[in-house]
Design a protein around this ligand. Structure first.
Ligand code: BT5
Length: 332
């Protein structure tokens, strides 16, 4: 007999295998090795988790609908990756997935470990800013990368997150998403996702890197009303319908792995044409704020090291390494 935890998953697997038809309580009980009241208990547990299961006397149970949960059983069996998310930590509520991933990393968690939470109570942006992470609406995830990267290269992994998400939204959902330097993804000029990359290093090389991504998927207009530093939105607001978070997550994870491998093999310069193509600000006059400094210029490229290249009025080109774009010409 399996543990209580795996028994309900075993029952779920059998119901899935006979999709669209009933499985008798006796069959379930025999196959799993528990009593019929035991089956009933596990069915109730699955119902509480959001699975819609029809029960009919003498016919048994039939799975009617699965919840849009990001739990292990809904994601990991459907992954199409070689190494990413094979270790998968799923929590219904958590302070911050980045904090959790940093602890796991220190304890030796493997390369490609993913942490997912349905809700964050202390979700973080850059500079200890807050990331609004209300329950069951968004995707809050952190990816642990263990390759040794020169310290100056590590922040470039943020671009892998934004490029992978923009390609997911464009290719799978037909949404013209764009990248806003340095770490945001926008739809129709509004922020739909943010990325927070954190590293721990020895001397010149990283020991590990954690890329944290927050994606607003099914948030309502009220939830996205803010106040936020930059106008915010969700995929559902922009498309007008709810989107399966499972699909967004699976497609994103697959693309992240591919883009990361391309980055390791060929460097950021291999990704730059697409990053620039999908960029919200290229060729536009923008205002960047860094501390007390405000810079205005035309965004004219991203350097091979990841700096934003700003063309100033006097014709000089300035690389900008950090800051926030607070205004984009023609933007919201
Ligand atoms: C970011 O910072 O955009 C990075 C956000 C990273 C969040 C993920 S969630 C999973 C992982 N675990 C964590 O704890 N964090 C990562 P930044 O560019 O500094 O933007 C932060 C600002 O965005 C805040 O000060 C707000 O004004 C605004 N903001 C907060 N929540 C938002 C949301 N859900 N959507 C859009 N804007 C938001």
């Amino acid at each position: 007999m399996g543990s209580a935890k795996s028994t309900h998953l075993e029952i779920l697997r059998m119901l899935r295998d006979s999709e669209g038809s009933f499985v008798s309580g006796v069959t379930l009980a025999e196959k799993v090795g528990i009593s019929r009241p035991g089956v009933w208990k596990h069915i109730n547990r699955l119902k509480q988790m959001g699975y819609e299961i029809q029960s009919r006397s003498r016919r048994g149970y039939m799975l009617v609908a699965v919840p849009d949960s990001l739990a292990h059983g809904e994601i990991v069996p459907n992954l199409n990756t070689r190494w990413l998310a094979h270790t998968y930590h799923y929590l219904t509520t958590l302070g911050s997935t980045n904090d959790y991933a940093l602890i796991l990393a220190a304890e030796g968690a493997p390369h490609g470990t993913v942490v997912i939470a349905e809700e964050q109570t202390k979700g973080r942006g850059r500079l200890k800013r807050e990331w609004m992470s209300c329950a069951n609406r968004g995707i809050y995830l952190s990816i642990l990368l263990r390759d040794l990267l020169p310290i100056r290269i590590a922040p470039q992994t943020s671009y892998i997150g934004s490029l992978a998400l923009v390609k997911t939204l464009r290719e799978e959902f037909g949404i013209a998403a764009s990248i806003k330097w340095p770490n945001d993804v926008l739809i129709n000029g509004r922020k739909v996702a943010g990325i927070l990359t954190e590293t721990q290093s020895d001397q010149d090389f990283t020991r590990f890197t954690v890329v944290g991504i927050g994606i607003n998927v099914n948030h309502s207009r009220q939830e996205m009303a803010g106040p936020f530093r930059y106008p915010a939105t969700s995929i559902a607001i922009e498309t007008g319908f709810a989107v399966k978070r499972q699909k967004v997550l699976l497609e994103f994870i697959g693309r992240f792995e591919r883009e990361y491998e391309r980055f390791l093999e060929k460097g950021l310069s291999a990704l730059l044409p697409e990053i620039e193509q999908y960029s919200e600000m290229m060729g536009k006059t923008i205002t960047v704020v860094y501390g007390n400094r405000e810079m205005v210029g035309k965004a004219c490229g991203i350097s091979a090291e990841g700096a934003l290249l700003l063309l100033r009025d006097d014709g000089t080109q300035e690389p900008v390494w950090a800051g926030d774009i607070v205004r984009i010409e023609g933007g919201i």
